[in-house]
Design a protein around this ligand. Structure first.
Ligand code: URA
Length: 241
């Protein structure tokens, strides 16, 4: 149970103090009845209206999922394939993924119902660092890796600077494992960057989204973000505003 003025202010429509004014001026109804006294408590089942409009009672929730491959970064799929929200049957809030990972890509993806933060994180201006590990079908030269790092021309323009490091190479199998951190989020960007150099990406995993990594999570696992992590995400985007 929460105090009515808190519930109104949490919905984002006004401050706590102004919510008290709304209540005393008779503009608030609880379950269809006008309430003018301060301090009454309401539960999540109570319907709260301000000026006849029901307020959104959903509190913001934030999860980090280790998305397995073979899962769509969406809330539903027309072809009935598995989607990221299938991993959250216990969550009643209407969460959705922040950005996307390809069907074939595994790794860290954020889900939330906080549209403000999601929009900021997805906006090109605020794109946060994303670190991927790619297994590719060949061994790139240092010169080729430098090209990726400096920016490479794709059909939708030259990519921004990236951090690129070869983690290992298998000369016999002619394969390499490359870590790449990009600051943009174009469609299939990492795959297209390697393809531009003539390499196919055999496996792709996002190890980090900003400062969030997959520590302690197995494929298909998720965890709720800690309040300080949510705060840091907001700070990251606000710093660039
Ligand atoms: N780049 C890709 O190519 N695929 C992803 O899923 C994410 C980044």
């Amino acid at each position: 149970m929460e105090r009515l003025q808190k519930v109104i202010s949490q919905s984002g429509i006004t401050s706590r103090r102004k919510a008290e004014n709304l209540i005393s001026s008779g503009r608030v109804k609880v379950n269809g009845e006008v309430v003018t006294s301060q301090g009454i408590k309401v539960s999540s089942n109570d319907k709260v209206e301000v000026d006849g409009v029901q307020i959104d009672r959903e509190i913001s929730v934030y999860y980090l999922l280790y998305k397995p491959t073979g899962v769509i970064s969406s809330v539903k799929d027309e072809k009935g394939r598995k989607v990221v929200t299938d991993y959250f049957p216990h969550v009643s809030e209407r969460i959705y993924p922040v950005g996307r990972l390809d069907y074939d890509t595994s790794g860290a993806i954020l889900l939330t119902n906080d549209g403000t933060l999601a929009n900021l994180l997805m906006h090109p201006k605020f794109e946060i660092d994303k670190t991927y590990v790619a297994k590719i079908d060949g061994i790139p030269s240092q010169n080729q890796l430098n090209k990726l790092a400096k920016g490479i021309r794709l059909e939708d323009g030259v990519t921004a600077k990236a951090d690129v490091e070869m983690l290992s190479k298998d000369k016999a199998k002619k394969r390499a494992i490359i870590q790449i951190t990009i600051h943009e989020g174009r469609n299939r960007q990492v795959r297209r960057m390697f393809e531009a150099l003539g390499f196919n990406v055999l496996k792709l995993k996002r190890e980090r989204y900003g400062f969030l990594d997959l520590k302690g999570l197995a494929s298909g696992d998720s965890r709720e973000l800690k309040p300080h992590e949510v705060k840091t995400l907001y700070q990251l985007v606000n710093k660039k505003r």
